[in-house]
Ligand binder design. Structure first.
Ligand code: SF4
Length: 347
């Protein structure tokens, strides 16, 4: 196959989307955008990106940010381990590199939360280093370009595809080439539905197009079925606000806040009241109202939520809980998107 970079770069310079982290690709900007873009669309990321940079304009500010504020800035993006790793890495960058990301692929890769793709994106786009940045878009493009049925979720296949990506990379334009491949995958060689081969600068050399196999590529391993977890919530409101609790610092939604809830259990109203009483709460005589059922899908788990809402008299919060006013829930306590269905009741 002839080198694809001239046609690809020409297309990229004409068709690239203007994005803030592309117009001002400092290492911090590229890093932050790539972390936010994992599992999230560009259009959804942009408001978060602007807000985050306004609050934390550089790596030292990120390193020094209080946990609650950090979670609040990330609220709605999900996958909170991303922002926790971002801060862990920022602290290391301040301690080891004077607050500036190192212009070194291996050193970037050694930082928490920075994998091969993100290290490659920062190294090539911000520092111009000739390294790969291979994400799902790039794997899809190469799978089709070479009409290769290799399962792209397998490390050996990804390695082989990465070697091909590098065969075509012009070392002096590594960042543009990597971005061009990602952009082609995002805009033309699209993941859902038919690729727009009529608009593709690589159409003439594309083997899947010639073979008529674009719809079957890329090949992916079948995802494991998600574990279904019943969850029972109690939205308990007193004159001081809602009863909330911080989740443990490790595991699912670590460190975020939640209403009273029980995982792995679908409880009836009477059982919820008994559990609340056991916590030391005086639930009075008011009948609780049923909450609408809701579902939240995590990567490997699916929460099926139900529960009750009830008002109680003023009293101190049981151990491990606090009363949080609507205003505090809006501005200070990060409630994960898993409770999206109940946020109108809480906020
Ligand atoms: S010709 Fe079609 S299938 Fe091939 S790389 Fe271009 S958009 Fe993808």
């Amino acid at each position: 196959m002839e080198n694809i970079s001239p046609a690809l770069l020409e297309w990229f310079y004409k068709n690239r989307r203007s994005l803030p982290f592309r117009e001002d690709p400092t290492p911090y900007h590229v890093w932050l955008s790539e972390v936010m873009l994992q599992q999230t669309r560009v259009s959804a990321v942009l408001p978060y990106y602007y807000r985050f940079l306004e609050a934390l304009p550089d790596i030292p500010a990120l390193a020094a940010c209080e946990e609650e504020k950090l979670h609040k800035l990330w609220e709605g993006l999900g996958y909170y381990s991303r922002v926790r790793n971002l801060q862990k890495a920022a602290k290391l960058v301040c301690a080891q590199y004077g607050g500036q990301l190192p212009a070194d692929y291996a050193a970037l890769l050694a930082l928490p939360g920075i994998g091969e793709y993100t290290a490659g994106a920062i190294a090539s786009i911000s520092f111009g280093l000739p390294v790969p940045a291979v994400d799902g878009n790039v794997l899809r493009v190469f799978s089709r370009l070479y009409n290769d049925p290799g399962v792209i979720t397998e490390p050996a296949v990804k390695k082989a595809f990465t070697a091909r990506v590098m065969e075509h990379q012009p070392p002096e334009k590594a960042g543009d080439y990597n971005q061009a491949l990602m952009e082609l995958g995002a805009l033309v060689c699209v993941p859902n539905g038919a690729p727009l081969c009529g608009q593709c600068p690589l159409a003439e050399v594309c083997r899947a197009r010639a073979a008529g196999t674009t719809a079957q590529l890329p090949q992916k391993a079948k995802p494991k079925p998600r574990k279904i977890v019943p969850v029972t919530l109690a939205l308990v409101e007193s004159p001081a606000g809602f009863l909330v609790q911080q989740r443990p610092q490790k595991g699912l939604l670590a460190g975020l806040w939640q209403p009273v809830l029980w995982e792995d259990e679908h409880l009836l109203q009477a059982e919820v009241l008994a559990r609340l009483t056991a916590l030391g709460l005086d639930t009075g005589t008011a009948a609780p109202a049923a909450l609408p059922a809701a579902k939240h899908i995590f990567t490997h788990i699916e929460w099926l939520m139900s529960g009750v809402q009830l008002r109680v008299a003023a009293q101190s919060a049981p151990a491990g809980y606090v009363w949080a006013s609507r205003e505090q829930l809006r501005t200070a306590y990060a409630l994960p998107g898993a409770f999206r269905a109940y946020k109108p009741l809480l906020l």
